[in-house]
Design a protein around this ligand. Sequence first.
Ligand code: CA
Ligand code: CA
Ligand code: CA
Length: 557
Amino acid sequence: MMKAQEFFGLALVPALLAALSGTMGASTSLSTGAATPAFAYEVTGEESVLHDPVRAGPLGRAPLLPGSFSLSDGLCPPLPPPTGNVVTVSSEAALRNQAYNAATGTLIMIEAGVYNMQDFVHVVNDGITLRGATGNRGDVILDFGGMESGHFGILVDADDVTIADLTIRNTHDHGVSIQGCDRPKLYNLHIQDTGDQLVKVNPHVNGIDGSEDGLLACSRLEYTTSAPDSYTNGISAHRAHNWVVRDNQWYRIRTIDDTPAPTILFWSQSSGTIVERNLLVDCYQGISFGNASHNYIDHTGGIVRNNFIYTSSSSTNDVAIEMVHAQDWLVAHNTVFLLGSPPGLTWGIEARYGDSRGTFAYNLTNKNIWHNRDGAQGTLMGNVTNAQFSWFVDAASGDLHLVTTATDAIDQAASLADVPDDYDGDARPIGPAPDVGADEYGVPPPTAVTNLRVTAAITHTGTLTATLGWTAPADAVTITLRYNDTLITQANWTSAPLLTDALPGSAETYTATVPYDGSTVYFALKSQNAAGDWSNLSNNAFWPHWDVFLPLVTKGR
Ligand SMILES: [Ca+2]
Ligand SMILES: [Ca+2]
Ligand SMILES: [Ca+2]
């Protein structure tokens, strides 16, 4: 353990070492049973014991919550069909064998089933993909609970490795461990009830070369009740750079005794982390850049945006977002609603220590934001800190979408270039201005039609009868059509003669009779959603060149 402590720059005083001993004991099996260099940078205990000891007294376990609302398909599309060098496995031994021995670039498809794993899965060649064969992560379950050797679930010692569409559960130590490898992609996973961290990211054994450009997305990570001991995180990443953690759901990420342990923790000189559109429910701590146990700049850059963080009154929580020894961050448009704070914990978001600086902007919370704790240089911009339960669709299920009466949040922000969308991936703003918090209230305007065309035309003396066709946009309630003798643009839209403003949003054809002198006639449309928000302008269709439409140009029909 001394090696790890030295690497992370800890100067542990004897009293703290004594305090740590109990927690460190839990990891003894790591160093004795698996004395390989891959494990040399495990850090056990420091992040929990040395952190600010704000905590509740008795355990208050949250009831199991249902799966809540679903994520947007647009943000979490299925992976493309398998191509290239594909092998299929249907036994745990074959899975481990292929993971370790398959050639660089092999895609390993794992057939549906529950796999009673007998050892950890070790990936050592670049470009390996481990993927559940059905695309449904619940169909392919790697259960490590009966394992007789090894400690991890999946250990990644190679670059460009993808792990997707499967479940990892009941590991002795970490669920997935990344060893300084670059561009790992963890996608559509369900990671559950691990002994230590659900996902761990370490540098290579040289302690310098960290993991670059990783992705953890569209996954569900949870404990059924809590970690089995005092040591866990949802993801703990040392020396990780430019990772993206997005569109995940995290439930009950907490130690057994509420020892502080962030759910999403990037530290040990990590940088450029993006944490967005995550849902955290009944986790003891939330998102942390840096940690109080380090006394150097622990994180640089990065953005925390559009996350929902909720703790019920039957659970307990520490701070939900903390920037500690962290520089040049943006924490913006998060919704943090905490009902499990112990007496005295009046804040839920903080920046701490004089070397921390960054901006808290347009966050929506029911707790204070402590922007200058211990001399931190956090700045505040437009945050709302008196959120009420009634402002949300279904806070008790973690659904912190706004309701129409949340007028203290709706349209109360100014646009931030770094926050162009919201929790749902909808472009901001909807309505006159962005909303405070992670949800932009309302339905986005319909997308612009791009395939308006003249499908038939008949000319008479002085008139043209043209049949128009298009694909109806989603969320359109009414469609307005106009024509003109010049190209219709956003600027001249309202002055172009009206054909109709009363078509239903589902309409996909319209027959227009317009004046005709032999020159070109142009047609275009816009649609409106239920709130009356306009789409952008469609392409122009025109006659007599009825076989050509913009911007999709087809010829030779
Ligand atoms: Ca690396
Ligand atoms: Ca708005
Ligand atoms: Ca929204």
